[in-house]
Design a protein around this ligand. Structure first.
Ligand code: BDR
Ligand code: CA
Length: 313
């Protein structure tokens, strides 16, 4: 039976790739896609989620959740990398949504109606998951698992020297989720940074005549340009698609149990993930952390998944 999943996203090119992959994956039943502010504003993230679903038009549409601002606002965004609208500057048109339901409410309703069987794949700041848990303290015990892309274990951050982007955007929420009693998996930068997609990707994309092919061929070229300009890299990271693979193809990853927390107010370290590796750890609330990845097999899975997304028509 397909695994039920809520995708919590701040699209973002790698979020968009993960959505293409997940929506067409027969192993997954995407019951909801909830927007969260991060790479772009909450308003733009909501528009992007809607645009992606309208453009891909999957056989069964998931519920959509609308994003709102984190309590402390957003300290940064990802537009330098992902483009002014988060999708390479494509500015896709969207239909007017009449009944906007807040993301945290959608998460809460889905988990309540189907206890213990839904996985949340959190690919942006943890604002929505923390809010859902706060409004309904029983939820952490009702969610099957939360798989989070974020943080860094041994390597540096990517938005500050210490912090990874998703953690830095809303460290209070990240801390609340880390400290919650839900079962969780973290897929940190140490692992996602290892998977670099080069220009060869374009030879394998679905044809321009397919919905996914047209969409991907519109959003990907600008991000290759910004990776070259910003990082001097002839390729792109697909952090969120790697986190999705950790859910769908767990055998391609090595994991360790760790106890982690998030720094919320350091002068240089806000948003840093800290792991208690003392002989007798004092931190509580374990999580599974991805520490290794079969790079070539994950890349092959991503390519196969994109090809599959092209078969929708
Ligand atoms: C994370 O930050 C965002 O820019 C990406 O979408 C990804 O979720 C990587 O640090
Ligand atoms: Ca993201």
């Amino acid at each position: 039976m397909a695994r039920k999943v809520i995708l919590d996203v701040d699209p973002g090119i790698d979020d968009a790739i993960a959505l293409c992959l997940a929506l067409s994956d027969p192993r997954l039943d995407v019951v909801a896609v909830t927007a969260v502010g991060g790479n772009v504003s909450p308003e733009q993230a909501t528009r992007n989620v809607q645009a992606i679903i309208e453009l891909l038009d999957p056989p069964r549409w998931p519920r959509i959740g609308a994003a709102s601002m984190p309590d402390d606002g957003l300290p940064v965004d990802g537009r330098r990398v992902h483009g002014p609208d988060g999708l390479g500057g494509a500015n896709f048109a969207v239909a007017e949504l009449h009944h906007r339901r807040p993301s945290e409410k959608v998460i809460s309703d889905v988990l309540r109606s189907d206890p213990d069987s839904v996985t949340i794949l959190a690919l942006g700041p943890l604002t929505n998951v923390a809010r859902a848990f706060q409004r309904d303290p029983e939820l952490p015990s009702l969610v099957g698992r939360v798989v989070m892309m974020g943080g860094a274990v041994r390597g540096p951050g990517n938005i500050t020297a210490a912090a990874e982007f998703n953690m830095y955007c809303d460290p209070q929420s990240a801390r609340a989720v880390f400290r919650s009693r839900c079962t969780k998996t973290l897929v940190p930068l140490d692992v996602t940074n290892q998977v670099v997609m080069t220009y060869d990707l374009f030879h394998e994309l679905p044809a321009e005549s397919t919905r996914a092919g047209k969409f991907l061929r519109t959003i990907l070229p600008p991000v290759f340009r910004s990776y070259r300009q910003e990082f001097g890299l002839e390729g792109i990271h697909i952090h969120d698609a790697v986190a999705l693979a950790a859910l769908t193809d767990a055998e391609l990853f090595a994991t360790e149990e760790m106890v982690g927390d998030v720094e919320t107010k350091g002068e240089l370290t806000t948003g840093a993930t800290i792991f208690d590796r003392r002989r007798v750890p004092v931190f509580q609330h374990n999580m599974e952390v991805a520490v290794g990845v079969d790079i070539e097999k994950v890349k092959a899975q991503v390519m196969r998944g994109l090809e599959r997304a092209g078969r929708w028509g």
